[in-house]
Write a protein that binds this ligand. Structure first.
Ligand SMILES: Cc1cc2nc3c(=O)[nH]c(=O)nc-3n(C[C@H](O)[C@H](O)[C@H](O)COP(=O)(O)OP(=O)(O)OC[C@H]3O[C@@H](n4cnc5c(N)ncnc54)[C@H](O)[C@@H]3O)c2cc1C
Length: 363
């Protein structure tokens, strides 16, 4: 089957790889002209690791092992310390690189943004039209173009994104990793609430850090990068080490402001022959750390469903059945994560004593 994937980040690359392994004629269309965007990162959990291994990737060479996750308050008192199993801190660019290098380079087309679909009166998409006027025909289109997906807005709108209630600043420190962060992800959650600072080692010489903020209480997080850098330098001085060393030692002009949001799940993730996956389909709040894992699971799920058909031609009714099954399989899992993220966010934003019971782990 001819499949065009729009968006070439985690969801698009993993799905492109999985479907090309299944023998489909795949193309991936990414608006950015290079595959590596920034060097922020994530905790690679055993389930994400397992997903990547199912794609035939050698995950052992990725990132740095993280054996413990600890939460402390602003006075450096330990609130919780948990052993982590088979978990690694990984830079996002490393993950993208390993996915890209496993793909046939001819499948990936970069530097051209999707604009809209050309469709029949019956509502079947015939071709995707791109910014430079080019036209890509396919039997199945997959929208993997992220949280503010154009494919979704153009074709399968569903519930709107919810308003942004918490934001996250993400940055990277490059230098010697302090002793306290060797094999350990650390998170500082001050008693006053509305703010949390996390640090994850991603190599022997890098630490990804993130600051979760309630923007109503900390409007400085939304200011321009110079003012925000001044605020961050002063803020982190009030926290125990290694917070100041990591954040003041980072390039504060290269901090990603992430306006975190989600949306209610739609009835189905497809309309006609256009399927949404990853953040385009089901954006999740960062508190659950499940964005990357969910994107890779989507890739494996659609790959498995299409495999069941073998190499036979798939008619339109059959394709509807397969895409409907994708929603039936994925929705219960994603719904649980969606609600978990909302619960964690509301505890993070509240002043209640319940706040500490469910703690966000990592971005
Ligand atoms: C800049 C950035 C930084 C991030 N940092 C982190 C982080 O530090 N930690 C973390 O856990 N998660 C991070 N995420 C989110 C994480 O990558 C996702 O939750 C998860 O990987 C799901 O990925 P996705 O492929 O569905 O969406 P995304 O990763 O958002 O990818 C969507 C892709 O679609 C492309 N695209 C968008 N519009 C179009 C269009 N019109 N035509 C063609 N292509 C288009 C985008 O350029 C992008 O490459 C980040 C996302 C981005 C975009």
């Amino acid at each position: 089957m001819k499949i065009a994937i729009i968006g070439g980040s985690t969801a698009g690359l993993a799905t492109g790889l999985r479907l090309s392994q299944g023998g489909h004629d795949v193309s991936i269309h990414e608006r950015r002209s290079t595959s590596c965007v920034g060097g922020f990162g994530l905790l690679l959990t055993p389930s994400v690791r397992h997903g990547l291994m199912s794609l035939g990737l050698d995950v052992d060479r990725l990132g740095r092992p993280v054996e413990k996750f600890e939460i402390r308050d602003e006075k450096n008192q330990s609130i919780l310390c948990r052993d982590l199993h088979l978990t690694k801190g990984v830079e996002r660019s490393e993950l993208q690189n390993i996915l890209t290098s496993a793909l046939d380079p001819q499948l990936l087309h970069q530097g051209n943004a999707f604009c809209h679909f050309e469709s029949t009166v019956e509502g079947v998409a015939n071709a995707a039209i791109f910014e430079d006027g080019s036209r890509v025909e396919a039997d199945l289109f997959i929208g993997a173009d992220g949280v503010r997906s154009r494919v979704r807005q153009q074709w399968n709108r569903g519930p709107d994104l919810r308003s942004v209630e918490s934001v996250e600043l993400v940055g990277i420190y490059r230098g010697e990793v302090p002793q306290e962060l060797l094999g350990r992800a650390l998170k500082i959650i001050p008693q006053a609430g509305g703010l949390a600072i996390g640090m994850v080692p991603t190599s022997d010489r890098s630490v990804v850090w993130y600051i979760q903020c309630d923007p109503r209480r900390w409007p400085q997080c939304l200011t321009d990068s110079e003012e925000r850098a001044r605020w961050l330098k002063a803020l982190v001085g009030q926290f125990p080490e290694p917070v100041a060393q990591i954040i003041q030692g980072s390039d504060l002009s290269n901090v990603h402001l992430w306006r975190t949001t989600d949306r209610d799940l739609p009835e189905t993730f497809h309309r006609g022959n256009v399927l949404l996956i990853g953040d385009a389909a089901h954006p999740l709040l960062t508190f659950t750390s499940q964005g990357t894992g969910s994107a890779i699971e989507d890739a494996l799920a659609i790959g498995g469903l299409l495999d069941q058909n073998g190499n036979a031609d798939i008619d339109s009714d059959h394709l509807q059945g397969i895409l409907g099954e994708f929603s039936r399989v994925r929705k219960p899992i994603l719904k649980a994560r969606l609600y978990m993220g909302r619960r964690m966010q509301s505890q993070f934003l509240s002043h209640s004593s319940e706040r500490q019971q469910l703690v966000p782990i990592c971005s």
